[in-house]
Ligand binder design. Structure first.
Ligand code: ASP
Ligand code: MG
Length: 407
């Protein structure tokens, strides 16, 4: 007997036929003794359509009502999927997020899961039923329905798997796993059989979009292996877990990520004296602006002035322009520059820690491709370079070719 959580995204349940196919597949891949929980998203583009409806009423919406609206999408798909199981002779029941015991913060439209009380889910499983749970939603201490942010069904699935101590959480999606680079950019990208939670989180932070990052954090917290695999085939995909178990240790670099959603900010000619960097970055922190790469360098040691360069996420740009205009005056800068034509390319891999040759290889790959590096930053398991945006694809390809030599 296994306890299995399977999550199917919106494209997997977009039509009644697809919903029936999901039920068929689940019945085929599990045995009647298994305890099976299915988490589903809203059918197809339902969530987008619901947002359009809200937009048509008002641009300035109350987030509580937004959640009330968005949560209906998943309520449709769970009922239909439970009916599909019943029609095939398997007992099943649908539960909303609140019914499944998913307790969240009250941050409407981007709530986080605080706790899961799975008593009802366990009781239904004990009756031999397939339990179909609505992804993306929960209930706050205020007794109001909340949603978990776009892509939140992944997080629901992993959290439930954790709370139930499931053997595995399978995420069915329209890609067949996690690749060493975006296959649309690098056709020779490899599908990874395994990747660690930390590497997956780092890939997501640096621009890879496979799963909602919170779901990976949830997997790490509860130590639930997450199997990312295709809805359209029965091939196995990528398992995200704490440690490797297989032969893939030979790859020090696990993936190359690209993020076009960055802006480079240059604060030019700031006085070279204590407290200046504090002034700049505490002002940004006070407004919850996430800053990524930071470089300070001496421009002119006689005149005692420095340049500070850093990157932010593009959606924060307007806010940062305002903050920097104010701070710039206060500390007396010579110039402020905002450059949107940049992209960040990164190599990620837990094995690079304490291995300086890896950074050298990456810079060499970019140099050989004639790509200029503007800013460099590193973490224990990643190296990132800021390059011109129109060279980002070439940069990803060059780095990938260097680390994943054809075998
Ligand atoms: N239906 C929600 C969305 O489209 C949640 C999900 O798909 O995971 O974002
Ligand atoms: Mg969706």
């Amino acid at each position: 007997m296994m306890l299995i959580v399977k999550k199917f995204g919106g494209s997997s349940v977009a039509t009644p036929e697809k919903i029936k196919a999901v039920a068929d597949r689940v019945l085929r891949e599990t045995s009647p003794e298994d305890k099976v929980v299915i988490v589903v998203s809203a059918m197809g583009d339902t969530t987008d359509e619901l947002m359009n409806l809200a937009n048509a009423i008002s641009a300035n919406r109350n987030t509580r009502e937004m959640d009330m609206l968005l949560a209906t999408g998943e309520q449709i798909s769970i009922a239909l999927l439970a009916m599909a199981f019943q029609a095939k002779g398997r007992d099943a029941i649908s539960l909303t997020g609140p019914q499944a015991g998913i307790k969240t913060s009250d941050a409407h439209t981007k709530a986080s899961i605080l706790d899961i009380c799975p008593a009802r889910v366990e009781a239904e499983l004990a009756k031999g039923r397939v339990v179909v749970v609505a992804g993306f939603q929960g209930i706050a201490h205020t007794n109001d329905i909340t949603t978990l942010g776009r892509g939140g069904s992944d997080t629901t699935a992993v959290a439930i798997a954790g709370a139930l101590n499931a053997d595995v959480c399978e995420i069915f999606t329209d890609v067949d796993g996690v690749y060493s680079a975006d296959p649309r950019v690098v056709p020779s990208a490899r599908r990874m059989k395994e990747i660690t939670y930390n590497e997956m989180l780092e890939m997501a932070r640096l621009g890879a979009v496979v799963m909602q990052p919170r779901s990976v954090e949830m997997g790490k917290r509860y130590q639930v292996p997450i199997h990312v695999r295709s809805t359209f085939s029965s091939a196995s995909g990528t398992i995200i877990r704490e440690e490797y178990t297989m032969e893939e240790k030979e790859f020090i670099i696990r993936g190359v990520a690209q993020d076009n959603n960055v802006v480079k900010i240059a604060v030019l000619g700031v006085p070279d004296k204590p407290g200046i960097a504090y002034k700049v970055f505490s002002a940004l922190a006070a407004d919850h602006i996430a800053v990524d790469m930071i470089v300070q360098s001496i421009r002119n040691s006689d005149k005692k002035i420095n340049d500070i360069v850093f990157t932010i996420a593009k959606p924060d740009l307007d806010q940062v322009k305002e903050i920097m205009a104010k701070i710039g005056q206060e500390i007396g800068v010579i110039g402020l520059e905002f450059d949107e034509d940049v992209a960040k390319v990164s190599a990620v891999g837990a094995g690079m820690f304490g291995n300086p040759g890896i950074a050298a290889e990456m810079f060499g790959a970019l140099g050989d491709a004639g790509i200029n590096i503007e800013v460099i930053s590193t973490s224990e398991i990643s190296i990132s370079c800021l390059v011109r945006k129109d060279q980002a694809k070439d940069a990803v390809t060059a780095i990938h070719n260097r680390f994943f030599k054809q075998r």
